[in-house]
Write a protein of this length. Structure first.
Length: 257
């Protein structure tokens, strides 16, 4: 008995100290579901059509405008330094408004408050160009939604919207993107809905577009009335989707079918 106890104690202590192996991350970017030719288009900036918007965004970044005659660069200097990681943290909580705002809304806020210029129209070429230029500076970095308790009720509402059936087809986002990823809807592979690449150039659109445009397109697809651009519901959905994709690498501006 004296010999058995020490051996038993060693075994129990070893078992107690053993760590559970980390679970494999099964999340997939939409990039992984694309064909080789479309992947090659995203990998090579010389082939990626979204880079045309990036170039326009770089020019707009340096262009003085408004009553203040200031450019974005007047306050933020070189975007590759000052904007690194910024796009990965949006939507973020705005203290003055008491709610989260998107990167595009922040850009318009800066235009109005600091440049004393008119806001850019949602989904306009100029706003998408500035968004894509700022987003490029975070390419390769992990999505990092803010760990801000003030965002939690908005995240929860975004999750509710994600699982809520809507439209004449009575479908939710979750039914396709959680229940059927990897399968096909007509000729398209259903992705897991991780927003790692926005703004994206979609071959279907033949243009660059925001996540809100994609969400509105899905709503139309289930025959629901889409929310207006910058509606709080779309911001909350974006916030929840970014939370689901936390830690995944940013690809913006990406290419999608």
């Amino acid at each position: 008995m004296k010999r058995v106890l020490p051996a038993l104690l060693v075994f129990l202590m070893g078992a107690a100290g053993a760590q559970t192996p980390p679970q494999k991350d099964t999340r997939r970017s939409g990039f992984e579901d694309m064909g080789a030719s479309t992947q090659a288009m995203q990998k090579d900036d010389a082939l990626n059509p979204a880079m045309l918007w990036v170039k326009d965004g770089e020019a707009l970044w340096k262009q003085p405008l408004g009553a203040s005659n200031k450019a974005c660069a007047s306050c933020h200097a070189a975007a590759p330094d000052s904007m690194r990681g910024v796009a990965a943290r949006y939507p973020a909580f705005d203290t003055a408004l008491g709610r989260p705002i998107t990167l595009g809304q922040r850009i318009n806020q800066c235009r109005q408050q600091h440049q004393q210029a008119a806001p850019l129209r949602a989904e306009s070429q100029e706003l998408l160009s500035l968004e894509s230029y700022v987003a490029l500076q975070s390419r390769g970095l992990p999505l990092a939604p803010p760990d801000d308790a003030r965002l939690e009720p908005f995240r929860q509402r975004g999750q509710q919207l994600f699982t809520q059936r809507m439209g004449q087809l009575n479908l939710s986002c979750a039914q396709c993107h959680d229940g059927l990823p990897g399968r096909r809807l007509a000729s398209s592979v259903i992705p897991q809905a991780h927003p790692t690449g926005y703004p994206v150039y979609r071959l279907e659109w033949q243009s660059l577009g925001s996540l809100q445009r994609r969400l509105r397109g899905c709503m139309s697809g289930v025959r629901a009335q889409p929310f207006a651009y910058d509606a709080q519901e779309l911001v909350e959905l974006e916030l929840y989707l970014n939370t689901r994709a936390k830690g995944m690498a940013m690809e913006a501006p990406a290419v999608r079918p």
